[in-house]
Design a binder for this molecule. Structure first.
Ligand code: SF4
Length: 245
């Protein structure tokens, strides 16, 4: 399933000039999660990621390729949470490897599709302590306020990533997760915003196809997206009988 591959290829180059720090997933190191919305008051905040006029981008892509997501891991481009001293631009990119959604087995296909539908909801189920996430699926924007207490206790992207990956892996269709955090001053945040829009468009189209939307491309509102994204029409053609004119 390579619908997102052009977005993933662009995302891999967003991090700026420095090499990333890489961490293998370790559920035992996941940052404590409060299990409910985490409120961090302004007076208790050390700084914000993506706040005000800063870039704050979040998006998720899906692939079936083990070459693109070999293992569960966390990549950090730029200063880590304990190193930042002031508000920063920020992006969080998630790449999920799932089972084959074009499998001949109807159940496999259905389950993998469901993993894609569910993936955006994970961000509403992760509540790291002292790490208040405000997110908007419409604009792909994400802002985070980090408490002074969390910084004192050693919060890091590695441990936040462990918390997210643990939640993603509750879904058995998710085989591996790569999380990329950007705070580098020379990272390409404008490019990240464009990738977020493309990923959002693809996910929306996939979801509509799964819901059994009309199958006439000529009168379909998603045609501009399907014309852009290689493999989208084939995917829909494979599921339904279509008229392409
Ligand atoms: S393949 Fe055609 S009908 Fe299906 S979503 Fe794309 S444009 Fe719409």
């Amino acid at each position: 399933m390579d619908l997102y591959h052009s977005v993933i290829a662009r995302a891999e180059g967003l991090g700026g000039s420095s090499a990333p720090r890489r961490y293998a997933y370790d559920p035992g190191r996941a940052w404590p999660d409060s299990g409910e919305f985490e409120l961090v008051m302004l007076r208790d905040a050390a700084y914000e990621l993506g706040g005000g006029s800063r870039a704050g981008v979040n998006f998720t892509c899906v692939t079936t390729s083990p070459a693109l997501v070999e293992r569960d891991e966390i990549l950090v481009y730029g200063p880590d949470l304990g190193e930042l001293k002031a508000d920063s631009d920020y992006a969080r990119i998630t790449i999920l490897r799932v089972g084959d959604i074009e499998s001949d087995d109807e159940d496999d296909t259905e389950q993998a599709f469901r993993a894609i539908q569910n993936m955006d909801f994970v961000k509403y189920r992760v509540f790291p302590r002292g790490y208040m996430i405000r997110t908007s699926s419409e604009s792909n924007r994400e802002q985070v306020r980090i408490s002074k207490e969390a910084v004192r206790r050693g919060i890091s992207f590695e441990r936040i990533g462990d918390d997210f990956i643990r939640q993603y892996k509750q879904d058995p269709n998710v085989l591996a997760v790569k999380m990329i955090f950007l705070t580098a001053p020379d990272a390409d945040y404008a490019g990240a915003k464009q990738c977020a829009k493309s990923a959002h468009d693809i996910t929306m189209s996939l979801t509509k196809i799964l819901e059994g939307m009309p199958t006439d491309c000529g009168s379909c509102s998603l045609k501009p997206i399907c014309d852009e994204v290689e493999g989208m029409k084939e995917l829909h053609f494979g599921k339904e009988k279509h008229t392409t004119e």
